[in-house]
Design a binder for this molecule. Structure first.
Ligand SMILES: [Ca+2]
Ligand SMILES: [Ca+2]
Ligand SMILES: [Ca+2]
Length: 363
């Protein structure tokens, strides 16, 4: 199926700054992660953020660890919006796990894709968990994670947020720890290139399970409580310390999991419940397509796509609206906004006074 859309040019489109380069998480000198909620540079996401579009709404395979009282054994308290309290949680217990499901899955777009909320009452009493994702509920891929806490911290000792990376529970109650699915692809590719500091155990699970993961359709998210007595290791094989030995509500206390990017809806599924001839609406969800002249002499063409994984978009150019040829941009920038992907195509200045059209094609 192919549908062509003619667009105008040289209208104004506010462009947000340059696309942030991805950080590298796989170097042995990765020492300082993001700071506490409220501090400059934090990645904490408040539970009322409008970037959260859905919440976990189901669970499977709840397995309690040790030292959990019955009063904390209500998994339903991990479903729906975060409350940001100490009590509206399920306690996993020491070494426990829970697997969560979502109303429309989780998809990967630039930036964080979901956030995990724990119930810590402070910025330093932090109970941690591994985060793993799956597209079939069977094969799970663990996020690369780092702990630089040097010594055991006791039952109610302090952790420093900046020494914890990609482990859930890094932030105090009401603030979620974000995770970016793209990091799993980066990790896998880095591993193929022999460019990581992963332990053999971490590398093995990545090798086995990543090829079975669809980053655009994550259906299951598993949290695994970390027993902080020195027996559990991060992705490079270093010990992860967290409060040990707590009792009554030992281990990770899950408040909620918020979805920032939902899984993609295939065009066929979407079209089944929409009028025909609407591929542009499917791809762009009504956000206009605009262009402008750049101060650096380039012509910029921008569009905001919400379901870009399902639709290929190419550009053609014409002088007379009759003869069209493929337009190859000099550069392409993509940038994430809370609910869409903004793509900016730059053409040389001699492209001024020409007509452009976007070609939409279902992949
Ligand atoms: Ca992402
Ligand atoms: Ca706990
Ligand atoms: Ca809750």
């Amino acid at each position: 199926m192919k549908k062509q859309i003619l667009i105008g040019m040289l209208l104004l489109l506010p462009m947000v700054g340059s696309f942030a380069a991805g950080e590298t998480y796989y170097a042995t000198d990765y020492l300082l992660s993001a700071p506490e909620a409220g501090e400059a540079g934090t990645t904490a996401i408040h539970m009322s953020s409008n970037a959260i579009v859905a919440w976990a709404d189901g669970y499977t395979n709840m397995q309690y660890g040790t030292d959990v009282d019955a009063t904390w054994m209500t998994p339903e308290k991990a479903l729906g919006p975060a409350e940001g309290t100490s009590s509206e949680i399920v306690s996993l217990g020491r070494g426990g796990t829970i697997t969560l499901t979502f109303p429309a899955g989780i998809g990967n777009r630039p930036g964080a894709d979901f956030a995990v909320f724990e119930n810590s009452f402070s910025d330093t009493f932090l109970e941690l968990a591994f985060v793993e994702v799956s597209s079939d509920g069977i094969h799970f891929v663990r996020f690369p994670n780092y702990s630089n806490t040097p010594d055991p911290v006791g039952a109610y000792g302090d952790l420093w947020t900046r020494w914890i990376h990609n482990l859930a529970g890094k932030y105090r109650q009401g603030y979620g720890t974000p995770f970016d699915l793209e990091e799993l692809r980066t990790a896998y590719n880095a591993q193929l290139a022999g460019d990581t500091d992963f332990s053999a155990a971490f590398a093995q699970q990545l090798t086995n399970n990543f090829p079975l993961l669809d980053l655009n359709n994550v259906t299951h998210l598993r949290l695994v409580d970390i027993v902080g007595d020195g027996s559990v290791l991060d992705s490079r094989g270093s010990v992860i310390y967290d409060p040990y030995a707590t009792t009554g509500s030992a281990g990770f206390d899950l408040d909620a999991v918020g979805v920032l990017n939902e899984a993609f809806v295939p065009y066929a599924d979407w079209a089944a419940s929409h009028p025909p001839g609407n591929l542009q609406e499917y791809a762009l969800t009504g956000v206009p397509i605009l262009g402008r002249s750049e101060s650096n002499g380039f012509v910029a063409l921008g569009y905001c796509a919400n379901r870009w994984a399902s639709v290929a978009i190419s550009v053609e150019v014409s002088l007379d609206l009759e003869s069209w040829s493929n337009a190859v941009p000099e550069s392409i920038e993509q940038q994430a906004a809370p609910d869409f992907i903004q793509t900016k195509l730059l053409f040389p200045a001699d492209a001024l006074n020409r007509f452009y059209r976007l070609i939409f094609e279902v992949q």
